[in-house]
Design a protein around this ligand. Structure first.
Ligand SMILES: [Zn+2]
Length: 287
């Protein structure tokens, strides 16, 4: 039925999706009706934006308050040399418009804050965290846990990356009366309960990163988002994928929900994002 809703141009554009049983015209329609909030239009956000737009994910929200710098171009491939000095959300939106006119792009030239996170996230099916700092990472985690919003997590450091997916699907019982200790899906704080203090970890300052590395990690995040929207395949739920570019190894470690977790555990100390001071945590700036 829904294949009639794809026009001839779309049937052509997405033909390599449509011919696969796992996607088909219904799956493509689902992607076109899907929406993703991408937080960060940098190293992780660039490949995610490119592939989600190419795949026909119909509405992309892009949050970033930075302008393009020449030192970004080594890895942030949604921006070009002529974009230096322009807001990243603008050059990212221009890229999408050139690639695929099917896609609506909402641009938010702002930093994600406790004040705006609820309004921004509520508009989208899933959030892709492509941010470069712990304040945003913890804010997104806590908000998504508290609201049951799915979240794709990606992080990079020098020659290493990590990816996982938090569905935050706790069956409607976000916390009260939930059984824990592995039955419930984990969150970021189950593994890393608190953000590091400024100056306490070596990656706190601006650091280097292999230019290709965020491409790999951002593409895996985009893959997870597409699978989530299609409702197919096995997500990286409860699994942390660790990528070492130097050794060229991928390792998957199991991640369990932690009953002591401050936000999704049995006796959470965080019941609202207002309970947390997100700023003042460690900044990393090589997204
Ligand atoms: Zn947790």
């Amino acid at each position: 039925m829904s294949d009639l809703r794809l026009d001839a141009t779309q049937l052509d554009r997405y033909s390599r999706h449509v011919i696969m049983d796992e996607i088909g015209p219904e799956g493509q329609q689902r992607l076109l009706e899907g929406s993703v909030l991408i937080v960060g239009a940098g190293g992780l956000g660039s490949p995610a934006i490119q592939y989600l737009a190419a795949a026909g994910v119909g509405r992309l929200g892009i949050v970033d308050d930075d302008v393009v710098e020449r030192s970004n171009l080594q890895r942030q491939i949604v921006h070009g040399d002529d974009d230096v000095g322009r807001p990243k959300v603008e050059s990212a939106a221009d890229y999408v418009a050139t690639l695929n006119p099917d896609i609506d792009v909402d641009t938010y030239e702002t930093r994600l804050t406790p004040e705006n996170v609820a309004d921004l996230v509520a508009e989208y099916d899933i959030v892709l965290d492509a941010s470069d700092n712990f304040a945003t990472r913890y804010l997104l985690n806590d908000h998504c846990v508290l609201t049951g919003t799915p979240l794709s997590h990606g992080a990079i450091y020098r020659f290493e990356g990590q990816v996982t997916t938090f569905t935050n699907d706790r069956g409607g019982e976000t916390r009260d009366g939930a059984t824990s200790g592995g039955d419930e899906p984990p969150c970021y704080r189950c593994v890393f309960p608190e953000a590091p203090e400024p100056g306490t970890v070596p990656d706190c300052a601006t650091t280097g990163v292999l230019g290709v590395l965020p491409g790999t990690v951002g593409c895996i995040q985009a893959t997870e988002v597409v699978k989530y929207l299609l409702g197919t395949g096995e997500l990286l739920e409860g699994r942390l994928l660790m990528y070492d570019a130097m050794g060229m190894t991928f390792e998957t470690v199991e991640v369990l929900s932690n009953p002591e977790c401050p936000v999704c555990g049995d006796e959470p100390s965080i019941e609202s994002i207002e309970d947390v001071a997100y700023e003042g945590t460690c900044e990393i700036s090589a997204d």
